[in-house]
Design a protein around this ligand. Structure first.
Ligand SMILES: C=CC1=C(C)c2cc3[nH]c(cc4nc(cc5[nH]c(cc1n2)c(C)c5CCC(=O)O)C(CCC(=O)O)=C4C)c(C)c3C=C
Ligand SMILES: [Fe+2]
Ligand SMILES: [Fe+2]
Length: 318
């Protein structure tokens, strides 16, 4: 428990997520932001818009984010005596991180903790969210003491929750077939150049994957690693990509697969389209059965993890 001697404004808790379009009309603006000034051809715009059309015409990410924030705040406020106030800021769409920071300053917040709804640190992900906080502060000529959660990829609640998903996927197969089921753990690819730059992303992903496989009781030959959702740019991206990896596994005679993305914490287009539609099509071509258990979303173990890592940062500010 932290003390209750702080007066005045509550302590801010800023939750940051990728952001997602709430209608197909948002697509050009959303993509322009993600691709940061690079031209998006009509063909790429049409392709990605069509992917969103196939998952219901909008991203479910904002709604999952709000639900995760509400559940985490309930748990965190029960553990911390100091009054807290939650804010949501997205990197690529409304509500923007910079606007959330302005709202915090308007509310008189002087101390805050910040977390990205992504468990692994990279200069191309978490660091960019943190830069946006700093931009929001400098644009508004304000100051807030921030404590940042950089990563939480080895937290036991996160690992156990995903190991439970792995088991749930395996148990979707009849009992006599479960020994033959192969588990693919995956995460969003990034350009290969991050390795030369000493970025911890790939190592952190592999560490999570090993912990999850061990917690799920998988044999070494019963799981493998793959990247997914590489961006549409000419430079090389980390692989193997899910599609080519599934072809490799098929070549080894594997026909039953469970897919568990470990870098995403809610169901959104990179799962609902890239796995549930695109990878399922590949599985059908290869004569494979592919089971994809739900993402963490508001799993109580995951929410407990978010509350715990935030609680430690709140304590550091007190
Ligand atoms: C670890 C890094 C990344 C995560 C996590 C991530 C999640 C994520 N991405 C989308 C949707 C799109 N991403 C796109 C491009 C893109 N994504 C990342 C990194 C992560 N994305 C990079 C580095 C890039 C390339 C940017 C560029 O300069 O081109 C795109 C654009 C189309 C494309 O290039 O494929 C989309 C759309 C979601 C919904 C998501 C979920 C959390
Ligand atoms: Fe992305
Ligand atoms: Fe992506």
């Amino acid at each position: 428990m932290t003390d209750s001697t702080h007066q005045g404004a509550p302590l801010g808790v800023l939750f940051m997520a990728y952001g997602g379009p709430e209608s197909l009309e948002d697509m050009p603006g959303y993509l322009a932001d993600i691709r940061a000034g690079r031209v998006t051809t009509q063909a790429v715009l049409d392709e990605i818009t069509n992917n969103y059309r196939q998952i219901g015409g909008k991203s479910p990410l904002p709604e999952f984010t709000r639900a995760q924030v509400e559940a985490t705040m309930q748990e965190l406020q029960a553990r911390v005596q100091r009054p807290l106030k939650a804010y949501i800021g997205m990197r690529h769409w409304n509500p923007w991180i910079e606007d959330a920071v302005r709202e915090m300053l308007d509310d008189g917040i002087t101390q805050a903790v910040a977390i990205v709804l992504a468990p692994h640190y990279s200069s191309m992900s978490v660091a960019k969210y943190q830069k946006k906080i700093k931009a929001g502060l400098s644009m508004n000529h304000g100051h807030i003491d921030f404590e940042f959660v950089n990563e939480y990829h080895t937290e036991s609640g996160y690992v156990t929750a995903l190991a439970n998903r792995v088991r749930e996927g395996i148990e979707a197969f009849p009992e006599g077939e479960r020994d033959d089921v192969h588990v693919i753990l995956s995460a969003h690819s990034l350009p290969v150049r991050i390795l030369r730059e000493g970025d911890p992303y790939a190592d952190q992903l592999h560490e999570s994957a090993r912990l999850i496989a061990a917690a799920a009781g998988l044999r070494d030959d019963q799981w493998s690693w793959s990247y997914q959702s590489a961006g549409r740019s000419p430079e090389p991206w980390l692989g193997p990509q899910l599609d080519e990896h599934m072809h490799d596994l098929s070549g080894k005679g594997i026909r039953k697969v469970v897919s568990v993305p470990v870098g995403f914490v809610s169901d959104h287009v990179e799962i609902l389209f890239d796995i549930d539609i695109a990878a399922q099509e590949t599985a059908a071509e290869l004569g494979m059965t592919l089971v994809r258990p739900p993402a963490l979303n508001t799993d109580p173990l995951f929410i407990g993890t978010l509350a715990s890592v935030l609680e430690r940062k709140v304590a550091a500010l007190s």
